[in-house]
Ligand binder design. Structure first.
Ligand SMILES: Cc1cc2nc3c(=O)[nH]c(=O)nc-3n(C[C@H](O)[C@H](O)[C@H](O)COP(=O)(O)OP(=O)(O)OC[C@H]3O[C@@H](n4cnc5c(N)ncnc54)[C@H](O)[C@@H]3O)c2cc1C
Length: 382
């Protein structure tokens, strides 16, 4: 089995790409609340949108699946380090595409996946509604069968890349229960309302989706009716938790790198503040937590690549731990920067705001505590 250390050269290559093509735009993305076309073009050119999808449809996962999944994770780490918003764009593309790869018919896979992996089309996932958050199964959007078609009415909110995605994997209630559909952006009756002014991850290009009589032909039903949350959305969330955990490692690493550079340069009491033991304690805590989380992500990714039965639990644990870790690390990093950490000349205040989002998305920490406890009880009962 390869160790994470065996991917050192690849990690450096991915990091160099992110530093060159994404990091210079990160402050502007935060300020303007959108990801510029040149960044999307650079991601497309580097094949980033193929990452995590099966090779048969133009994706990156083939040959040695463990190496492919670790590569995918390291890419999310590199993206998260350069811009949490850009990591979010790539994440939801994979979250929207994964359910098609997992549950789509052959026709659906052939129709959509090559265009997703090439980056010609961008995907997103629409589960949340104004009255429906963690309890995804209580979805209020309604899909009514009309011959071979479904007609959908309802509202989705907080949809990452809702402003920009070309197609949505969307959950709506039906007579059989929550059901998943592939909703192209140009569907008549779909209106997109941008959401601005978010605390962090301001380049997520969030939107509300209003659906009024959106008619979808039978070929847009994804998976079995009634399996929309338990199977289809679950495939997206499994992918998203794994991606986000790696993204948090990257964001935390950016905080640590900035802190080390600052602590060495900043002098107080006739010494660089890096000499003070109380600062060293923060640096040590950050470095150790990041290292531990990276190993957790690597292990979760390995289980995922092997389709191991523990993969969902491992992914949930990695996301739970990583999302809490990055908030602690960002807080300490800001502390090391003092007043400069609060101001516009350093990226720390952005990192701090971005980090706070991570415990809310892809399952809140409280929801994941329930999910993980259920797995732990099941294992203990065996
Ligand atoms: C930046 C951002 C991007 C997002 N992107 C997307 C997206 O692309 N697609 C999408 O569908 N959604 C998206 N969301 C929505 C996100 O998935 C939800 O915010 C999340 O599922 C939580 O739902 P909620 O915010 O309605 O909180 P609620 O479910 O109302 O929860 C509120 C509080 O109660 C707690 N709580 C709820 N139920 C329980 C329970 N059973 N036990 C203990 N505590 C509980 C929660 O942990 C939380 O602390 C996004 C949200 C944000 C902020």
């Amino acid at each position: 089995m390869e160790l994470l250390e065996d991917f050192g050269a690849l990690r450096e290559e991915l990091r160099a790409f992110a530093e060159r093509e994404i990091a210079p735009h990160a402050q502007r993305i935060d300020r303007e609340e959108r990801i510029p076309a040149e960044v999307v073009a650079a991601l497309r050119g580097a094949g980033v949108f193929a990452s995590g999808f099966p090779e048969a449809y133009g994706g990156s996962i083939g040959g040695d699946p463990v190496a492919g999944v670790v590569r995918h994770g390291l890419m999310h780490e590199a993206l998260g380090s350069a811009s949490a918003s850009v990591q979010g764009l790539v994440n939801v593309h994979h979250m929207g595409g994964s359910p098609i790869a997992r549950w789509g018919t052959r026709e659906q896979k052939e129709r959509w996946l090559p265009r997703l992996t090439s980056g010609e089309l961008m995907a997103a996932i629409a589960i949340t509604e104004p009255n429906v958050g963690s309890q995804a199964g209580a979805v209020e959007a309604r899909a009514v069968r009309d011959g071979a078609d479904h007609v959908i009415d309802g509202t989705k909110c907080w949809i990452t890349c809702g402003q920009s995605a070309d197609l949505f994997v969307l959950i709506a209630g039906s007579d059989e229960g929550p059901t998943a559909f592939i909703l192209p952006r140009d569907t008549a009756g779909l209106t997109i309302e941008p959401i601005h002014g978010l605390l962090g991850c301001r380049g997520y290009m969030l939107a509300k989706l209003h659906l009024e009589g959106c008619r979808l032909p039978g070929g847009h039903l994804l998976g079995k009716p009634g399996f929309g949350v338990s199977h289809v959305a679950a495939a997206g969330l499994d992918a998203g938790r794994h991606n986000l955990a790696w993204g948090c490692v990257g964001l935390a690493q950016a905080c640590l790198d900035a802190s080390i550079a600052y602590a060495r340069k900043r002098r107080q009491f006739d010494a660089p503040i890096s000499d003070f033991q109380l600062v060293q304690r923060m640096i040590t805590g950050m470095a150790t937590e990041i290292h531990a989380t990276r190993l957790m992500c690597w292990h979760a990714g390995t289980m995922r690549a092997r389709h191991d039965p523990t993969a969902t639990k491992e992914g949930a644990m990695a996301k739970y731990y990583a999302s809490r870790m990055v908030s602690r690390v960002a807080s300490d990093a800001l502390q090391i920067h003092g007043a400069n950490g609060c101001g516009p000349d350093f990226p720390l205040e952005r990192h701090y705001r971005d980090a706070r989002i991570m415990e809310i998305i892809e399952g809140t920490s409280q929801i994941l505590e329930g999910v993980i406890a259920r797995y732990v009880y099941q294992e203990a009962a065996r």
